[in-house]
Design a protein around this ligand. Structure first.
Ligand SMILES: NC(=O)c1ccc[n+]([C@@H]2O[C@H](COP(=O)([O-])OP(=O)(O)OC[C@H]3O[C@@H](n4cnc5c(N)ncnc54)[C@H](O)[C@@H]3O)[C@@H](O)[C@H]2O)c1
Length: 244
């Protein structure tokens, strides 16, 4: 995979998927801004990557605040001079039945997962448009593709992320900018066994990071507006013949 002196911003970069992604970017010579609500975790990871020779810096920001997003974007652009790759990865998901859900709970999920993606994209898009180059990759979820009981607000937000991705892809296609979406299934900290995926285990953050890295690379300019599922076959179809 080729990266020509690129700079990436990874929101939620201190998390389960963000950390291995930032590491892979550093391994490929990409400068990385680790932007996260948890500054201590982001700084710890940035220091770890710098110790391995990577170009990584940590930034505190809150994806629910336009002011905070714009301040983070200004700092990243001041430090790195440009941003070629944006990974909209910050997200939260909490359990609640729709019948018992408060409007506040609903609004929090939409604001953080969907409007947050819009906010950060708005902050970095003008620079990409001026440069005539960009890779934007948004994290959705299989919950946003097929729905998930107890996670109705999260699922609705992530479904919105998919359509946001496709719409933006069409709007900026002639400006050298690709916009794609990655929808993971069950991603954990270990490949624990489970019968709910066809590969019979949980997925790992570094496996999602591998797909994100590929989509962020220079050679993918003909891939845009696509929702890429990565779920060990979780939503392929029901299992019954070989499962008790
Ligand atoms: N882990 C899974 O099973 C799974 C499945 C499908 C989709 N996803 C999506 O992948 C993305 C990353 O998931 P993960 O497993 O790495 O989660 P994670 O909880 O490990 O990491 C999320 C990161 O986002 C940060 N964050 C939370 N609120 C924030 C805010 N207001 N502003 C800025 N940063 C904030 C957290 O501090 C954390 O570092 C999310 O968008 C999630 O919805 C995850």
């Amino acid at each position: 995979m080729k990266f020509d002196n690129r700079v990436a911003v990874v929101t939620g970069g201190a998390g389960r998927i963000g950390r291995p992604l930032c590491e892979k970017f550093c391994d490929h010579g990409v400068g990385v801004a680790i932007a996260d609500l948890d500054l201590a975790k982001a700084e710890e990871w940035a220091a770890h990557l710098r110790a391995q020779g990577g170009r990584a810096r940590a930034y505190h920001f809150d994806v629910t605040s336009t002011e905070s997003v714009n301040a983070m974007a200004r700092s990243v652009l001041d430090d790195f001079g440009k941003v070629d790759i944006l990974i909209n990865n910050a997200g939260v998901w909490k359990r609640q039945l729709i019948s018992e859900m408060s409007e506040e709970f609903w609004t929090m999920h939409i604001d953080l997962n969907l409007t947050g993606t819009f906010r950060v994209t708005k902050a970095f898009l003008p620079g990409m448009q001026a440069a005539g180059y960009g890779r934007i990759i948004n994290l959705s979820s299989i919950a946003g593709e097929v729905g998930l009981p107890y996670f109705g607000a999260y699922s609705a937000a992530k479904a919105g992320v998919i359509i946001f991705t496709k719409t933006l892809a069409m709007e900026v296609a002639r400006q050298g900018i690709t916009v794609n979406c990655v929808s993971p299934g069950m991603i954990g900290d270990a490949p624990d066994p489970t019968k709910t995926t066809w590969v019979e285990r949980w997925g790992l953050g570094h496996e999602v990071a591998e797909l994100l890295l590929f989509l962020a690379s220079d050679g993918t300019s003909y891939i845009t507006g696509v929702d890429h599922t990565i779920d060990g076959g979780r939503i392929l179809g029901p299992r019954f013949a070989d499962v008790q």
